[in-house]
Design a protein around this ligand. Sequence first.
Ligand code: ATP
Ligand code: MG
Length: 440
Amino acid sequence: MAAPTVHRYEPRGAVLELFRRKDGEILLSGAAGTGKSVGALMKVHLACLARPGVRALLVRKTHASLTASTLVTFRQMVAAEALQAGLVRFYGGSAQEPASFKYANGSVIVVGGLDRATRLLSTEFDLAFVDEAIEVTEEDLDTIVTRLRHGKLSYQQLILATNPGPPTHHLKLRADAGRTVFLYSTHEDNPRMYQDGQWTDYGRDYLAKLDTLTGARYERMRWGKWVSAEGLVYETFDPAIHLVDRFDVPDTWTRWWSVDFGYSNPFVWQDWAEDPDGRLYLVREIYKTKTLVEDHAKHILSLVKDQHGGWIGPRPRAVLCDHDAEDRATLERHLGMSTVAAKKTVSDGIQAVQTRWRAAGDGKPRLYLMRDALIERDTELSDAKKPTGTAEEVLAYVWDNQPGKPPKETPVKQNDHGMDAMRYMVAERDLGGRPGVRWL
Ligand SMILES: Nc1ncnc2c1ncn2[C@@H]1O[C@H](COP(=O)(O)OP(=O)(O)OP(=O)(O)O)[C@@H](O)[C@H]1O
Ligand SMILES: [Mg+2]
C-alpha cells in the first residue's frame, strides 16, 4: 500500500481566521511575504480535496503573472504532494475549456488571467481566489461575484489577497464600506519567518531586504499599511486608464526604442508604438539587472528577428539611448544598429510626460503602457519588492522634497530607470531641437 500523503501546514493569525470564516468576501491584506498566497491557496485546495465536485476559480489580472508566481506557489508549496500522489493533475486547457487543476474526486480549480476572462467566467463557482487583487478593477470583482453560485459548498466565498496600496484604492474602500471582511496578515503569521517567538534566518534576511525600501513602498511592503505615495511626480497616472490590454499593433505605426543602461540597477529597453494620432504605447520592455549589454542586445535581436536574421515586424525609427559612451558603443555593435543620444533634461521632460497622461482634446491621454509589456520578470527585483517594470515605477516615482530643495523640481533618483527611458521617448516627440540626431 502506498504511504499516506502528509503535508505539514500550520495556519496562523490572519490565515487561520481565513480558514474559519464563511463570509462572502474576504480581503487578506498585508506586508510582503506574510503567507497570504500560500494561505488562500491552501484553503481552496483543502476545500477541493475534502468535497467532491467543488468548483474553484484562481485568477490574477494577467495570465502571465498568474503562471509566473501564484501557480508556482500552488504547485510547490500547496499541492506538491497531492500532485505527486495523482490526487490532482494539471490540465492545460483547450479552445473551449480553460486550464485547470482537476481533482480525482471531481473537484476542479479553474486557473487564468482576467485579461482573458471570457472562457474563465462562463461557468459557476463555489470559491474564487484573486491573488494580488490590487491589480484588478472593481468591475472584475463584481463579475466574479456574479459567478459565485455553484452550491457545492455550504458557503460561497471570494478571497482576495494583496499588498496594500493607496487608501483611496477601491479594495480598501470596499473593506471600509463593510462589503469585504478585512484581515490583516503580518510577518509573524508566517512560520517560515517566525518561530517560537523569534525571527528565523529566512525571516531576518527577508525583512532586511524590505528595510531597504523607502517611502510609501516601505510602509506598504514592510508594515502592510495602506498609505498614499506623498508627492507623486505623475499624480494623474491612473492604472485604470493608462494601463491597457494588449492589442495587435498595426505594422504601419511608427516604432521607437528607448534604452536606459544599468547593471546593478535594471537595464531598460522599451519598444514603443506611435499611432497615427501621435499616441504612444509601450508595447514591450526588458527590465533586468545583472546582465551584460551584449546579452541584452542578443535578447532584443531574438525578439525582433527570425532565425534567418529577417525582421519580424517594423524596425524602429530610432533607438533613443542613455549617454554612457561605452555601453552605447557596445549596444550599437551588437545590435548592428546606430543609436541616438536621448534628450535627457529632466524638468521639461517630466512636464512633457505629465501633459501626455492628461486627456487631450479628444478625451484620450497620449501615453499608454500595455499591461503585459514586461517580457520577463526579474525575480531578484520582485523578491526585494522593488519595481519590476515601468508601470510599477510610475506609482512610486516621487519628488525629492528635502528641506532646502525647491519643491517639485527634482524627483528622487531611485527606481527611476523605466521613468528615464519613458521620458527620453516623450522628449523625442514633444521637445524640439536636439542637435546631433543620427537617423537610421
Ligand atoms: N504556513 C506556512 N508554513 C510554512 N511556510 C510558509 C507558510 N506560509 C508561507 N510560507 C512561506 O513563506 C513564503 C511567502 O509566502 P506567500 O507567498 O504566501 O506570501 P505572500 O504574503 O503572498 O507574499 P507577497 O506579499 O509577496 O504576495 C512562501 O514561499 C512559503 O515558503
Ligand atoms: Mg502573494
